[in-house]
Ligand binder design. Sequence first.
Ligand code: G4P
Length: 534
Amino acid sequence: MSEENLSFIDQVRKRRTFAIISHPDAGKTTLTEKLLLYGGAIRSAGAVKSRRSQKYAVSDWMEIEKQRGISVTSSVLQFDYNGFCINILDTPGHQDFSEDTYRTLMAADSAVMVIDCSKGVEAQTKKLFQVCKMRGIPIFTFINKLDRAGRDPFELLSDIEEVLGIRSYPMNWPIGRDKDFKGVLNRQKNQFELFNDGNHGQSIAKAITGDLSDEKISDLLGQNLHEQLLNDIELLDIAGDDYNLDQILNGELTPVFFGSALTNFGVQPFLESFLNITTPPKPRASNLGPIHPETTNFSGFIFKIQANMNPTHRDRIAFLRICSGKFEKGMTVNHVQENKKVRLAQPQQFLAQDRMIVDTAYPGDIIGIHDPGIFKIGDTLCQDGSKLQYEGIPVFAPEHFAKIFTKNSLKRKQFLKGITQLSEEGSIQVYKRPNIGVEELIVGVVGVLQFEVLEYRLKNEYGVDIIIEKLPYRYIRWVEMDNFDQSTFSITMDTMIVEDEDEHPVLLFQNEWSIDQVKDRNKNALLKEISLRK
Ligand code: G4P
């Protein structure tokens, strides 16, 4: 059926919106690129990757990204494949990732977790996984780099189960290890997919299939490998979890795929299986109860704000995840939190290699809307004048803190304006020490690179030079208790009490020992790791 003839419901049902999470270097960029390649959104491998070599960049909107050759902000890539409309939310994978990386996961309906087969679950994967788990979205695991030496597959599965606390179901199983790697057994189809190096990853590899019991497979593998495979599969069948779709869709069981993104091996079976299992956008929680995506009234929420994507314009772009109804260019919507009408005149959508003005968009899609400074993260936009508000977006715990000052006190006004804007965009969190005479600001960030971004942007956008004095704190806790009183609240010597922007008491800790001490000494206080944005 041609695109124009699809009904609104068809459009919703063909949407699949997901994020790819991983620790840096596990192969997220390579896998993203291969998915785009299969989707026909790019013609050859290298278009996404080359942002590292700085020749071309899909999401290099900010100068600093170009300078560092990394992606500081998240972008959204949309393409069609086999009747599905796929939205991949790109999460910055650099070590110095920011709160945006977490927030992007609030807009995803499922997640793909890429793990390097020689490393297992790594620190950043663990942090991002926890956000997915908190949301209860389905999580698919792609164990990458099978073309080279890695850890034992059984060991990798127990790593996932022990470190992340999620059960797993291998959808395919590697045959042979390391140099003897011959391919995988597709457990669902009981098919044998032989590894060839897929034209060095430059084009789409053909899967070679055959049945497990086929004699030619035994001849091909040799007796040892064939026996090992039969033993492995028997062990999985007896001791492993059963395939359970409900558990997968509730984020309690992760389907695991072994493959090699670089050589294209296992990418297409993964994509097809993933699309078969995942669902279209699901109802979202709101103050009026769950809102079904097939409801015709338009609604969505803002999960990210990005300033100055176009350096010649001093504008901001707010990223809106559409949750229900059809979006049409130029439509007027309700900005619920501000109780104002807003016309969405120049909405943008993000295709694999470009941004373009979008005429229509559907639940599951992400659009970028011009923000003259009126939107905040977590704001709801909706059509019908109702008071619908989607659940707030959490404030994720910063892990780095610093005091900041302007070098020139005459520029204090611009300094505060810049800080306020950056805080509204959610790239920094600002704290104050209560009852401190001297004016000082404490800034918390999720990734240490954000300090560089802060310094760069204050200088370039507000003409303000700043001094950043790093503080030794690593952990933050929001204090929940009746009648908090700083003078009687007992803390350790190395802990600091501050207030957040809502004047809520917050503790900054240097180590976990102090957190335990403070909990012990103040039994009536609850120390929370995540707070909800007001
Ligand atoms: P990231 O986005 O998760 O940070 O990882 P990225 O895709 O950039 O991959 C990190 C490195 O791992 C790259 O090598 C990439 O080529 C390699 N890689 C990705 N998938 C596979 C795979 O299936 N097998 C093997 N053997 N390697 C893989 P690099 O040397 O850092 O970069 P480049 O010079 O290849 O661009």
